[in-house]
Design a protein around this ligand. Sequence first.
Ligand SMILES: [Zn+2]
Length: 319
Amino acid sequence: MQTPDRKDFPIPRVGATRRLNRMSEKRGDLEWVAARIADPHSRFLLFADLSLAVESGEDRNDTSIRWYAADELATLGADPATALLLGCGEDGHAIFAISLTAAQAAAAPGGYDGLKPVVDLRSLAQQGALSPDELSLAGMARALAAWHVTQRCCGRCGAKTNIREAGWRRRCWACGQEHFPRMDPAVIVLVTDGKHCLLGHHRRYAHKFYSTLAGFVEPGEGIEDCVRREMFEETGIRIGEVAYMATQPWPFPHSLMVGCWAEALSRDVILDEEELWDARWFSRDEVRQMMAEEHPECLTVPGSHSIAYALIRSFLEAR
Ligand SMILES: [Zn+2]
Protein backbone atom coordinates (compact mmCIF):
# COMPACT_ATOMS: atom_id res chain seq x y z
CA MET A 1 0.00 0.00 0.00
CA GLN A 2 1.31 3.46 -0.98
CA THR A 3 0.72 5.91 1.85
CA PRO A 4 1.32 9.69 1.89
CA ASP A 5 4.58 10.97 3.26
CA ARG A 6 4.08 11.61 6.99
CA LYS A 7 5.68 15.06 6.79
CA ASP A 8 3.09 16.12 4.19
CA PHE A 9 0.15 14.84 6.18
CA PRO A 10 -2.05 17.74 7.32
CA ILE A 11 -2.66 17.41 11.05
CA PRO A 12 -5.82 19.05 12.38
CA ARG A 13 -5.57 21.02 15.58
CA VAL A 14 -8.79 20.55 17.56
CA GLY A 15 -7.87 19.68 21.12
CA ALA A 16 -4.12 19.40 20.47
CA THR A 17 -2.46 22.18 22.40
CA ARG A 18 1.08 22.85 21.24
CA ARG A 19 1.66 26.41 22.47
CA LEU A 20 0.84 25.68 26.09
CA ASN A 21 3.20 24.71 28.90
CA ARG A 22 1.01 22.23 30.77
CA MET A 23 2.96 22.76 34.04
CA SER A 24 2.25 19.16 35.06
CA GLU A 25 5.03 19.25 37.69
CA LYS A 26 3.21 22.09 39.52
CA ARG A 27 -0.27 20.54 39.68
CA GLY A 28 0.29 19.06 43.14
CA ASP A 29 1.88 22.24 44.56
CA LEU A 30 -1.11 23.66 46.46
CA GLU A 31 0.60 26.97 47.28
CA TRP A 32 1.67 27.58 43.71
CA VAL A 33 -1.79 26.72 42.34
CA ALA A 34 -3.55 28.95 44.93
CA ALA A 35 -1.19 31.84 44.08
CA ARG A 36 -1.92 31.40 40.35
CA ILE A 37 -5.69 31.31 40.98
CA ALA A 38 -5.42 34.61 42.91
CA ASP A 39 -3.00 36.19 40.40
CA PRO A 40 -4.67 39.09 38.52
CA HIS A 41 -2.68 38.09 35.39
CA SER A 42 -4.21 34.59 35.31
CA ARG A 43 -7.04 33.98 32.84
CA PHE A 44 -10.11 31.77 33.23
CA LEU A 45 -12.29 30.37 30.47
CA LEU A 46 -15.73 29.28 31.48
CA PHE A 47 -18.18 26.54 30.59
CA ALA A 48 -21.85 26.58 31.54
CA ASP A 49 -23.19 23.04 31.20
CA LEU A 50 -20.12 22.36 29.01
CA SER A 51 -20.92 25.15 26.54
CA LEU A 52 -18.16 27.74 26.16
CA ALA A 53 -18.61 31.42 27.08
CA VAL A 54 -17.42 33.43 24.06
CA GLU A 55 -17.20 36.98 22.79
CA SER A 56 -18.83 37.21 19.45
CA GLY A 57 -20.00 39.61 16.79
CA GLU A 58 -23.34 39.07 15.14
CA ASP A 59 -22.08 36.82 12.33
CA ARG A 60 -19.70 34.75 14.54
CA ASN A 61 -16.78 35.65 12.25
CA ASP A 62 -14.91 37.37 15.06
CA THR A 63 -15.64 34.87 17.85
CA SER A 64 -13.05 34.34 20.57
CA ILE A 65 -12.90 32.81 24.05
CA ARG A 66 -14.34 35.15 26.68
CA TRP A 67 -11.65 35.46 29.35
CA TYR A 68 -12.42 36.16 32.98
CA ALA A 69 -10.11 37.45 35.72
CA ALA A 70 -9.68 35.98 39.19
CA ASP A 71 -11.67 38.78 40.87
CA GLU A 72 -14.72 37.98 38.69
CA LEU A 73 -14.98 34.35 39.86
CA ALA A 74 -16.92 34.97 43.08
CA THR A 75 -19.57 37.02 41.31
CA LEU A 76 -19.98 34.17 38.79
CA GLY A 77 -20.78 31.65 41.51
CA ALA A 78 -17.54 29.84 40.64
CA ASP A 79 -15.62 28.07 43.42
CA PRO A 80 -11.86 28.67 42.87
CA ALA A 81 -11.22 25.20 44.33
CA THR A 82 -12.83 23.72 41.20
CA ALA A 83 -10.53 25.64 38.81
CA LEU A 84 -8.86 23.27 36.33
CA LEU A 85 -5.27 24.23 35.54
CA LEU A 86 -4.68 24.03 31.78
CA GLY A 87 -1.14 25.40 32.03
CA CYS A 88 0.77 28.59 31.31
CA GLY A 89 0.60 30.48 28.02
CA GLU A 90 3.54 31.91 26.08
CA ASP A 91 3.41 35.02 28.32
CA GLY A 92 4.03 32.77 31.38
CA HIS A 93 0.65 33.51 32.96
CA ALA A 94 -1.62 30.69 34.10
CA ILE A 95 -4.73 29.61 32.23
CA PHE A 96 -7.59 27.84 34.00
CA ALA A 97 -11.00 26.47 33.08
CA ILE A 98 -14.06 26.72 35.31
CA SER A 99 -17.01 24.47 34.62
CA LEU A 100 -20.36 25.67 35.97
CA THR A 101 -23.70 23.94 36.02
CA ALA A 102 -26.65 25.98 34.79
CA ALA A 103 -27.74 26.35 38.45
CA GLN A 104 -24.34 27.82 39.44
CA ALA A 105 -24.35 30.03 36.36
CA ALA A 106 -27.64 31.49 37.59
CA ALA A 107 -25.54 33.25 40.26
CA ALA A 108 -23.65 35.22 37.58
CA PRO A 109 -24.45 38.94 37.22
CA GLY A 110 -27.59 38.95 35.12
CA GLY A 111 -28.05 35.23 35.83
CA TYR A 112 -27.33 32.58 33.21
CA ASP A 113 -28.17 35.14 30.50
CA GLY A 114 -25.33 37.32 31.82
CA LEU A 115 -22.82 34.72 30.54
CA LYS A 116 -24.23 34.54 27.04
CA PRO A 117 -23.32 33.85 24.38
CA VAL A 118 -22.39 30.33 25.52
CA VAL A 119 -21.93 28.06 22.52
CA ASP A 120 -21.51 24.34 21.96
CA LEU A 121 -17.84 23.77 21.08
CA ARG A 122 -18.63 21.28 18.31
CA SER A 123 -20.66 23.97 16.52
CA LEU A 124 -17.80 26.44 16.91
CA ALA A 125 -15.40 23.84 15.45
CA GLN A 126 -17.68 23.09 12.50
CA GLN A 127 -18.13 26.79 11.75
CA GLY A 128 -14.38 27.46 11.99
CA ALA A 129 -15.39 30.29 14.34
CA LEU A 130 -12.45 30.15 16.77
CA SER A 131 -8.77 30.46 15.89
CA PRO A 132 -6.97 27.06 15.82
CA ASP A 133 -5.10 27.91 19.05
CA GLU A 134 -8.24 28.88 20.94
CA LEU A 135 -10.16 25.89 19.58
CA SER A 136 -7.40 23.56 20.75
CA LEU A 137 -7.28 25.11 24.21
CA ALA A 138 -11.05 25.05 24.59
CA GLY A 139 -11.10 21.44 23.35
CA MET A 140 -8.56 20.36 25.97
CA ALA A 141 -10.55 22.19 28.65
CA ARG A 142 -13.84 20.66 27.55
CA ALA A 143 -12.49 17.10 27.56
CA LEU A 144 -11.18 17.58 31.12
CA ALA A 145 -14.35 19.35 32.31
CA ALA A 146 -16.60 16.66 30.81
CA TRP A 147 -14.69 13.98 32.72
CA HIS A 148 -15.27 15.81 36.03
CA VAL A 149 -19.01 15.93 35.33
CA THR A 150 -19.19 12.12 35.15
CA GLN A 151 -16.65 11.28 37.87
CA ARG A 152 -18.23 12.88 40.92
CA CYS A 153 -18.68 9.49 42.59
CA CYS A 154 -16.21 6.65 43.01
CA GLY A 155 -16.72 3.75 40.61
CA ARG A 156 -15.32 1.39 43.22
CA CYS A 157 -17.37 2.22 46.34
CA GLY A 158 -19.89 4.87 45.24
CA ALA A 159 -18.73 7.60 47.67
CA LYS A 160 -18.02 11.19 46.68
CA THR A 161 -14.74 12.04 44.94
CA ASN A 162 -12.81 15.30 45.36
CA ILE A 163 -10.63 17.26 42.95
CA ARG A 164 -6.88 16.82 43.29
CA GLU A 165 -3.82 17.95 41.29
CA ALA A 166 -5.47 21.16 40.07
CA GLY A 167 -8.10 19.13 38.23
CA TRP A 168 -5.97 16.29 36.84
CA ARG A 169 -7.08 13.66 39.37
CA ARG A 170 -10.02 12.89 41.64
CA ARG A 171 -9.75 10.97 44.91
CA CYS A 172 -12.46 9.09 46.75
CA TRP A 173 -12.80 10.38 50.31
CA ALA A 174 -14.01 6.98 51.59
CA CYS A 175 -11.79 4.32 50.01
CA GLY A 176 -8.93 6.49 48.70
CA GLN A 177 -9.27 5.25 45.10
CA GLU A 178 -7.62 7.67 42.69
CA HIS A 179 -9.32 8.44 39.38
CA PHE A 180 -7.52 9.86 36.35
CA PRO A 181 -8.93 11.85 33.40
CA ARG A 182 -10.42 9.50 30.88
CA MET A 183 -9.46 9.26 27.21
CA ASP A 184 -11.18 6.78 24.90
CA PRO A 185 -8.94 5.59 22.05
CA ALA A 186 -10.70 5.12 18.72
CA VAL A 187 -9.46 4.36 15.22
CA ILE A 188 -10.53 6.43 12.23
CA VAL A 189 -9.63 4.84 8.93
CA LEU A 190 -9.10 5.72 5.30
CA VAL A 191 -9.68 2.35 3.57
CA THR A 192 -8.31 2.28 0.02
CA ASP A 193 -7.77 -0.13 -2.87
CA GLY A 194 -5.24 2.32 -4.34
CA LYS A 195 -7.64 4.01 -6.76
CA HIS A 196 -10.72 4.44 -4.56
CA CYS A 197 -11.47 5.11 -0.91
CA LEU A 198 -14.31 3.72 1.19
CA LEU A 199 -16.51 6.31 2.92
CA GLY A 200 -19.62 5.73 4.98
CA HIS A 201 -22.83 7.57 5.71
CA HIS A 202 -23.48 7.01 9.40
CA ARG A 203 -26.98 6.95 10.85
CA ARG A 204 -25.98 9.86 13.14
CA TYR A 205 -24.85 12.05 10.23
CA ALA A 206 -26.69 14.77 8.38
CA HIS A 207 -28.13 13.96 4.96
CA LYS A 208 -25.60 13.19 2.17
CA PHE A 209 -22.58 13.42 4.49
CA TYR A 210 -19.88 10.78 3.96
CA SER A 211 -16.84 10.23 6.14
CA THR A 212 -14.05 7.83 7.01
CA LEU A 213 -15.15 4.92 9.21
CA ALA A 214 -14.35 4.81 12.90
CA GLY A 215 -14.70 2.68 16.00
CA PHE A 216 -13.50 2.38 19.58
CA VAL A 217 -10.52 0.25 20.55
CA GLU A 218 -11.52 -2.62 22.86
CA PRO A 219 -9.54 -4.22 25.72
CA GLY A 220 -7.03 -6.70 24.36
CA GLU A 221 -6.72 -4.99 20.97
CA GLY A 222 -3.90 -3.16 19.26
CA ILE A 223 -4.62 -0.40 16.75
CA GLU A 224 -4.20 -2.70 13.73
CA ASP A 225 -6.49 -5.39 15.23
CA CYS A 226 -9.14 -2.77 15.90
CA VAL A 227 -8.95 -1.40 12.34
CA ARG A 228 -9.39 -4.90 10.87
CA ARG A 229 -12.27 -5.82 13.21
CA GLU A 230 -14.17 -2.53 12.90
CA MET A 231 -13.90 -2.32 9.10
CA PHE A 232 -15.04 -5.94 8.72
CA GLU A 233 -17.95 -5.50 11.17
CA GLU A 234 -19.20 -2.29 9.59
CA THR A 235 -18.61 -3.01 5.88
CA GLY A 236 -17.51 -6.64 5.43
CA ILE A 237 -14.22 -5.42 3.88
CA ARG A 238 -11.11 -7.49 4.66
CA ILE A 239 -8.09 -5.35 5.56
CA GLY A 240 -4.43 -6.12 4.84
CA GLU A 241 -1.76 -3.59 5.70
CA VAL A 242 -2.52 -0.82 8.23
CA ALA A 243 -0.42 2.36 8.50
CA TYR A 244 -0.61 4.92 11.30
CA MET A 245 -0.83 8.53 10.08
CA ALA A 246 -1.65 10.93 12.93
CA THR A 247 -3.60 11.38 16.15
CA GLN A 248 -6.23 13.93 17.09
CA PRO A 249 -7.68 14.50 20.56
CA TRP A 250 -11.43 14.79 19.96
CA PRO A 251 -13.15 16.43 22.93
CA PHE A 252 -16.72 15.14 22.32
CA PRO A 253 -16.55 14.04 25.04
CA HIS A 254 -12.96 12.76 25.41
CA SER A 255 -11.74 10.51 22.60
CA LEU A 256 -8.31 10.10 21.10
CA MET A 257 -8.75 9.53 17.36
CA VAL A 258 -5.96 7.43 15.86
CA GLY A 259 -5.94 8.11 12.12
CA CYS A 260 -4.84 5.23 9.86
CA TRP A 261 -4.69 4.22 6.25
CA ALA A 262 -5.80 0.63 5.57
CA GLU A 263 -5.36 -1.56 2.51
CA ALA A 264 -8.56 -3.23 1.28
CA LEU A 265 -8.19 -6.90 0.31
CA SER A 266 -11.80 -7.18 -0.85
CA ARG A 267 -14.32 -4.79 -2.45
CA ASP A 268 -17.85 -6.13 -1.81
CA VAL A 269 -19.55 -4.01 0.87
CA ILE A 270 -21.82 -5.81 3.35
CA LEU A 271 -23.32 -3.07 5.52
CA ASP A 272 -23.86 -3.15 9.25
CA GLU A 273 -27.26 -1.49 8.93
CA GLU A 274 -27.50 -0.65 12.61
CA GLU A 275 -24.49 1.67 12.24
CA LEU A 276 -24.52 2.82 8.62
CA TRP A 277 -27.04 3.96 6.05
CA ASP A 278 -24.51 3.45 3.30
CA ALA A 279 -20.83 2.84 2.55
CA ARG A 280 -19.34 2.99 -0.90
CA TRP A 281 -16.18 3.37 -2.93
CA PHE A 282 -15.31 6.81 -4.28
CA SER A 283 -12.77 7.71 -6.98
CA ARG A 284 -10.40 10.65 -6.50
CA ASP A 285 -12.45 12.69 -8.98
CA GLU A 286 -15.59 12.14 -6.92
CA VAL A 287 -13.83 12.95 -3.65
CA ARG A 288 -12.50 16.15 -5.21
CA GLN A 289 -16.06 17.10 -6.18
CA MET A 290 -17.31 16.35 -2.65
CA MET A 291 -14.61 18.53 -1.11
CA ALA A 292 -15.45 21.37 -3.49
CA GLU A 293 -19.19 20.88 -2.77
CA GLU A 294 -19.73 20.20 -6.48
CA HIS A 295 -20.77 16.54 -6.34
CA PRO A 296 -23.72 15.77 -8.70
CA GLU A 297 -25.61 14.04 -5.85
CA CYS A 298 -24.65 16.90 -3.43
CA LEU A 299 -22.58 14.50 -1.28
CA THR A 300 -20.20 16.19 1.17
CA VAL A 301 -17.27 15.32 3.46
CA PRO A 302 -16.32 16.49 7.00
CA GLY A 303 -14.98 19.98 7.67
CA SER A 304 -11.30 20.88 7.89
CA HIS A 305 -11.30 20.83 11.72
CA SER A 306 -11.41 17.03 11.71
CA ILE A 307 -8.86 14.29 11.19
CA ALA A 308 -11.41 12.66 8.85
CA TYR A 309 -10.90 15.63 6.50
CA ALA A 310 -7.12 15.28 6.80
CA LEU A 311 -7.30 11.57 5.93
CA ILE A 312 -9.55 12.19 2.92
CA ARG A 313 -7.35 15.04 1.70
CA SER A 314 -4.25 12.86 2.04
CA PHE A 315 -5.96 10.30 -0.25
CA LEU A 316 -6.47 13.00 -2.89
CA GLU A 317 -2.86 14.11 -2.68
CA ALA A 318 -1.26 10.65 -2.52
CA ARG A 319 0.43 9.67 -5.74
ZN1 LIG B 1 -14.29 4.86 46.76
